[in-house]
Unconditional design. Sequence first.
Length: 141
Amino acid sequence: MKILKSSIAIPAALAMLLTSAGAVRSQPIQITPGFQPDPMVVTGTSGGSQSGKGCGMTGATPNHVVRLDNNFNYLRFSLQSTGQPTLLIESPSGNSCLQADSFSGGTIQAPGYWEKGTYSIYIGDRAGGQNPYTLSITQTR
């Protein structure tokens, strides 16, 4: 009987670990002026099964949520991926959809002034593919 309990406990514990790993990934990224390390780098897999508001195929939930504690005179989000990457940023003032073109080599950049607030970041793909990506955030021009 003890063996049966152990064999049930291990898959349950594994399921809890996998669930909690997903929760860690979805925790907001808090950014304050002078943040370190700069650039801040996160990775993941692009794409999903739903239309990302005209910005390729994305997941139903954001890949990342970024909270800016202050206004930033300059901040740059840089996305590097294969396939046909898209970057959808839902901000307090509206949505921005950026797409890589044939000249960018799979890189999308969103530099400029960023207001204090919460930003939902969706990493999509125009063709619906799922590809590894690297998203970096920097204050350096």
